[in-house]
Write a protein that binds this ligand. Structure first.
Ligand SMILES: Nc1ncnc2c1ncn2[C@@H]1O[C@H](COP(=O)(O)OP(=O)(O)OP(=O)(O)O)[C@@H](O)[C@H]1O
Ligand SMILES: [Mg+2]
Length: 344
């Protein structure tokens, strides 16, 4: 089901996203407006106010057209937004495929807006077995600018949105040269990586939200929390003294499970571990690192473990992050470890 083109969409998701991006980044400052007007005065008279209103009418018609392509459904969160607000169309177009696939019946609120993605709470279709689900919508524009993404991607197999290895030389070159087309492929790889690795970890018994579907740059997954709100992340709460040690061990079991599947989270921290009903749940996997191939794997594993240790130390858990990293890394690498110069 992933990424199938929806027949109800008249405009491709990319085209429409590029369109909102335009709305989003309009510079409305006085200075810019004055410059724009001054430019117009130099041109012929008929380029004046008439043209401006024509452009506005055309923009409104385009927006109506985009909305019409999803006219059968406007979720309540989007309905409450100004029709000109870019978020309105973004939400409608990104989650409509989930609605049409009978996975959700509504989008009720924004859980968290970040620089790379927004997460929304949705009412689930009862067939999913959940009451609520979370939709994570990536901003294409932002992901293109991800800093230091080369560290995470080093050694990673290039895959398309469906997880198939990219073998075509044209596509590989486009990604490496970061052409517009290559950046688009690259963006889809990040989203695809998150969905695939989260699915693999969930099936392996990892403490991660159950992923339900991916459509383009949107991922639908189990919602951690309840109708009153999303689960807090560890950084937002204080643990009871008697729960810190078992929860720390649980996090470390998940780190080992990931490594057993040749993955390192790469951005593990109390911000990406939710706490719900006495358990921990790991989230946020787009930067997942391939442990065997990535030359920075050991350092990234050590950084993940160090951040976890530092958090739990606040609640009395004693640990040695370097030793813990080596205890996982040495058996994982086996005889290959002897040839490496890492750690102590
Ligand atoms: N499955 C979920 N259930 C409930 N809340 C979630 C879920 N997934 C994410 N969230 C909420 O959305 C926030 C952002 O999610 P996530 O970390 O995956 O995205 P992000 O783009 O990396 O954001 P950030 O930059 O803030 O880390 C989380 O901190 C959490 O509050
Ligand atoms: Mg995060």
């Amino acid at each position: 089901m992933a990424n199938s083109q929806q027949p109800h969409q008249k405009m491709s998701k990319y085209e429409s996203h590029e369109l909102y991006a335009e709305f989003e980044y309009v510079d409305r400052s006085h200075a810019t407006r004055r410059r724009r007007l001054a430019k117009k005065h130099h041109k012929k008279k008929q380029n004046g106010p008439r043209k401006q209103s024509d452009r506005h009418a055309k923009m409104m018609a385009d927006i109506r057209k985009m909305d019409d392509s999803h006219a059968s459904w406007v979720p309540s969160y989007a309905a409450a937004l100004d029709p000109l607000h870019h978020e309105r169309h973004w939400v409608i177009s990104a989650v409509a495929p989930f609605y049409h696939d009978a996975l959700i019946t509504d989008v009720t609120r924004l859980v968290k807006g970040g620089k790379e993605a927004n997460v929304y709470a949705c009412t689930a279709d009862p067939a999913t077995g959940f009451e609520l689900v979370a939709a994570k919508l990536y901003r294409e524009r932002m992901l293109r600018n991800l800093k230091n993404d080369a560290i995470y991607k080093a050694g990673r197999t290039l895959r398309d949105a469906d997880g198939k290895q990219i073998r075509s030389r044209r596509e590989r070159t486009a990604v490496l040269k970061k052409s517009g087309y290559g950046q688009r492929l690259d963006f889809m790889m990040w989203v695809g990586t998150e969905f695939r690795t989260q699915t693999e970890l969930y099936e392996a018994g990892g403490d991660v939200p159950k992923p339900l579907a991916q459509q383009g740059s949107a991922i639908l997954m189990e919602f951690i929390g309840d109708e009153y709100g999303a689960a807090p992340a560890l950084n937002e709460i204080n643990l009871e003294p008697d729960e810190a040690q078992p929860l720390f061990e649980r996090v470390m079991e998940n780190v080992k499970l990931m490594l057993d599947h040749h993955y390192i989270h790469g951005d593990l921290s109390p911000y990406n571990i939710l706490y719900w009903e006495g358990d921990i749940i790991l989230i946020d996997f787009p930067q997942m690192v391939q442990a065997r191939q990535n030359p920075h794997a050991f350092e990234l594993l050590q950084r993940d473990i160090t951040r976890v240790c530092e958090y739990f130390a606040r609640f009395g858990v004693e640990s040695d992050p370097v030793q813990l990293t080596l205890d996982l890394w040495k058996p994982y690498m086996g005889s290959e470890y002897a040839g490496l110069h890492v750690g102590k």
